[in-house]
Design a protein around this ligand. Structure first.
Ligand SMILES: C[S@@+](CC[C@H](N)C(=O)[O-])C[C@H]1O[C@@H](n2cnc3c(N)ncnc32)[C@H](O)[C@@H]1O
Length: 258
């Protein structure tokens, strides 16, 4: 169990200037989907130092962010301040596994959190958080997966990385709008200048949530265009794992970040 205040990336947040560790760009699916999405409320689980939250706030989203790391949330404040802004949303210092109930939302962003969570609890807890997404609402998800191991000097405790099948299970009953697997090149001390991770991204729509967000949200030209290119259609059969693994042979050739 994580004590609120401390997180697995704290050595890295501690070493980063003003505790701003991650890049200033939002995640690629957040960047491409959120601007054309007409709902304007979002939950950012494991919001870290706030690149996604800041981007979402700049689009007018009311953001609720949660992170267990005091250093990460201090980085978030510093990131906003560096842009001449103050966070308008609500940012909670909490372990997402200890949240009493999931926060209802039209857009759940879970970027880089899932692989941090302990194996035994994460599938059901994350699904519970997903269940608070409104009908036709979206989850924008990415997680490290176990096709590439973390380097031994990664600066975090060892993660029990999920396999692709586990990620598929996470979205059983969801409409997969798009998914992607890539090997990315990451850079942060102390794990050397360059190291590799395998990452899965999923954008999924809740076909049966608690209230109705019009499905036309996904029909705007911007969202359609964003989702059309480079995303692999996931069939509910589970055959996606093979498709994703096949993608690995061509991945890792270029620099590709979150
Ligand atoms: C890889 S970082 C990603 C940060 C941010 N979402 C992004 O995409 O830039 C993962 C974040 O999840 C947070 N985290 C890990 N386990 C957590 C937990 N159980 N509850 C809340 N936050 C957690 C870490 O403190 C860290 O800030």
């Amino acid at each position: 169990m994580i004590t609120a205040g401390v997180g697995p990336y704290d050595r890295l947040y501690e070493a980063a200037p003003e505790h701003v560790l991650w890049e200033s760009e939002p995640g690629r699916d957040v960047a491409s989907v959120a601007p054309g999405y007409s709902a304007r409320d979002a939950v950012d689980l494991g919001c870290g130092d706030g690149a996604n939250s800041l981007f979402l706030e700049s689009l007018g989203f009311r953001v609720t962010g949660v992170d267990c790391s005091r250093l990460a949330l201090s980085g978030l404040e510093n990131r906003f301040r560096g842009c001449g802004l103050a966070p308008q949303g609500e940012y909670l210092l909490a372990d997402v596994l200890q949240l009493v109930k999931p926060v209802p939302t039209s857009l759940l962003v879970s970027s880089g959190l899932y692989h941090c969570l302990p194996n035994e609890a994460r599938l059901s807890k994350h699904r519970a958080m997903q269940s608070a997404v409104s009908k036709n609402g979206l989850v924008i998800f990415c997680s490290l997966v176990d096709l590439v191991s973390d380097p031994p000097d990664h600066g975090t405790p060892p993660f029990d990385l999920p396999c692709i099948r586990e990620v598929e299970e996470l979205f059983e009953g969801w409409e997969i709008v798009g998914s992607r697997l890539r090997v990315i090149v990451d850079r942060h001390p102390p794990a050397g200048n360059k190291h590799l991770h395998s990452l899965v991204w999923v954008v999924a729509r809740n076909p049966s949530g608690w209230s109705s967000t019009p499905s036309s949200l996904l029909q705007t030209p911007e969202v359609k265009e964003a989702l059309a290119g480079g995303l692999w259609r996931v069939e509910p059969s589970g055959s996606v794992a093979q498709e994703l693994r096949a993608g690995l042979s061509t991945a890792g050739q270029d620099d590709y970040s979150f």
